[in-house]
Design a protein around this ligand. Structure first.
Ligand code: AMP
Length: 555
């Protein structure tokens, strides 16, 4: 196919912001192209020459492109730069200068093919090291010298990795489904495994989207968990009994082992193998399988006291390109393995959660603070799960993940198989024991409220709340409604401040508990938010100080 055709598609895509139109335009060209052009077109539509799982880049700077444009157009580099300042887009600059040149030389228009453009771009990205700069310049120059003005524009934009036509993943997915008359969900599932729309399109065309495998050495989209708010909700989602695991606060890494060749990928599919040299040896020594894919969380810990550290502390290791050994010593990680997806070359596609966990237990030789299995509990008991949750928080973790015992591993999906329960503190039911009259548009209404917990028969302040309350009472708790309920309970007024007899209970969500001298309980809730009125609850059952102290210690 001529490159011209693809450029016509680029132009059409550039002109519309409508998803469906974009989809139809792309489906159109997919329907027309030859088999050996399909993946190239898909990559070029995304302004790339590699699939998404592949981090490699075309890798030419604007500086180099200035030289290319100068070479092809006969304009000086300074002249090109002036145009760039004026027009702002090097693609447009190229187009303009190529046009000017063509008018003077009257050269025939382009004969560039998709293959030619793609192959030159690919060659550029494969050139590395010294002495390759000129070769790169030659490869782009060759394309531009043979391109029409508008083709030149898109070639330059592609080389600069700034195509600006807005083909989102979802649009590509829908276009593939439409072009080959396959289910959108099937396309998405395949993409989560392959992370390569080029290959997905090829398979969609041949109606082979079903037989997919995770490949050792190639990253994929990891399975994700849905958020739940409490243990009961978790059981509702994943059933009883469930496999509960500590939710570690580190970063997700999939480990690929092919004999002595180990690769590590993050959740965003970055290859971080080089960043974790110490992990490579650990895996070689402690994973009892020649081949396999493991799913894990790398968690940092404090070397002196052995306690887990929050994610931020070790996040530096992911990006680090130099002094890797020293940063590895400073921020050691413990590998917490929680799943196995390939064992000795077999993709465990249909193996259920518990089966995989058992296999994992046989496969990993645990070594404290080096490589361990994520702590687990299999239970159908709410209070046991609660204890486990507290235990996890005490150990410095984020909470728990509950897994359906017969869930299969579904790459890239947030499905009901896994749910996460974070330490966003459990909601507290508290009494309103004071308030302030509002001003401005809230004049005449009580607008912020003092929260109270109990200590024996006493009520103690533990924060102020004004968030989560609606202006109108159509849905949820409103200022008007609260004022009506609380006004008869006012027992002292001082300026705008009032004291209120504890009778009205609200359920409150918050981010954190802090020590605070401002309130007589000694604690304050941070970012509290009204969830609902608890008029079903007797006042004696609101949160007491002990509970708040316990939550404070556990967080
Ligand atoms: P979130 O980042 O809040 O969506 O939580 C999901 C993340 O928790 C996953 O991507 C993992 O990185 C992490 N995680 C920690 N422990 C586990 C575990 N036991 N099972 C699965 N994911 C876990």
């Amino acid at each position: 196919m001529e490159y011209k055709k693809l450029v016509e598609v680029y132009e059409k895509l550039e002109k519309t912001t409508k998803r469906l139109e974009k989809r139809d335009i792309i489906a159109g060209i997919l329907g027309e192209c030859k088999e050996d052009e399909l993946d190239k077109i898909i990559y070029l539509l995304q302004g790339r020459v590699f699939p998404q799982f592949d981090e490699r880049k075309i890798g030419m700077s604007s500086r180099l492109i200035l030289k290319v444009i100068s070479k092809v157009s006969g304009e000086t580099v300074n002249g090109v730069e002036r145009q760039w300042k004026k027009i702002g887009d090097l693609g447009e600059v190229t187009s303009f200068l190529v046009q000017k040149k063509k008018q003077s030389t009257l050269r025939s228009s382009s004969k560039l093919t998709i293959h030619k453009v793609f192959d030159n771009l690919l060659k550029i990205s494969e050139l590395e090291g010294e002495g390759t700069v000129n070769k790169k310049i030659d490869l782009v120059s060759e394309l531009i010298a043979n391109a029409s003005p508008v083709e030149a524009k898109f070639i330059v934009r592609t080389v600069l990795e700034d195509l600006r036509i807005g083909v989102a993943e979802g649009v590509l997915r829908d276009a593939i489904a439409l072009a080959y008359n396959v289910d959108v969900k099937a396309v998405e599932k395949a993409f989560n495994v392959l992370v390569d729309y080029g290959e997905v399109a090829g398979r969609a065309k041949e109606k082979k989207l079903g037989e997919l495998e995770l490949v050792i050495g190639r990253p994929f989209k990891v399975m994700l968990a849905i958020k739940v708010n409490n243990i009961e909700e978790a059981f509702d989602e994943v059933g009883k009994p469930a496999l509960w695991e500590f939710k570690m606060d580190g970063f997700r890494v999939t480990i690929h082992k092919n004999n002595d060749e180990i690769k590590l990928f993050t959740r965003k599919m970055e290859d971080v193998t080089k960043q974790f040299p110490e992990v490579i040896d650990l895996i070689k020594e402690n994973v009892k399988a020649k081949k396999g894919i493991l799913d894990s969380e790398f968690v940092g810990y404090d070397k002196k006291i052995g306690k887990y550290l929050p994610f931020q502390n070790i996040s530096q290791r992911i990006k680090r390109k130099y002094d890797i050994e020293s940063i590895a010593k400073k921020f050691p990680v413990e590998i917490n393995v929680f799943d196995i997806l390939n064992y000795e070359g077999k993709y465990l596609k249909n193996e259920k959660q518990l089966e995989r966990r058992k296999l994992l237990e046989k496969t990993i030789k645990e070594k404290d603070k080096k490589i361990v299995l994520t702590k687990k509990l299999i239970t159908d008991d709410v209070s046991k799960a609660k204890e486990f949750f507290e235990e996890s928080l005490k150990a410095g973790n984020e909470g728990l993940i509950a897994k359906k015992i017969d869930a299969i591993y579904q790459p890239g999906r947030r499905v009901e198989g896994w749910v996460k329960l974070k330490s966003v503190m459990e909601n507290l039911d508290l009494a309103i024991i004071g308030a302030e009259w509002g001003t401005g548009k809230r004049a005449g209404f009580l607008s912020s409220f003092v929260l109270g917990c109990k200590k024996g028969n006493e009520f103690l302040e533990c924060g102020m709340i004004g968030t989560g309350i609606k202006e109108k009472s159509k849905e949820g708790v409103s200022f008007k409604q609260l004022t009506k309920l609380l006004k008869p309970l006012i027992n002292k007024e001082e300026g705008r401040k009032v004291k209120i007899k504890p009778k009205i209970i609200i359920e409150v969500r918050y981010e954190e508990i802090q020590k605070s001298p401002t309130y007589n309980s000694g604690y304050a809730l941070r970012f509290p938010r009204v969830i609902r009125l608890r008029n079903d609850k007797p006042i004696g059952e609101i949160a007491d100080l002990k509970q708040i102290e316990k939550l404070y210690k556990g967080q």
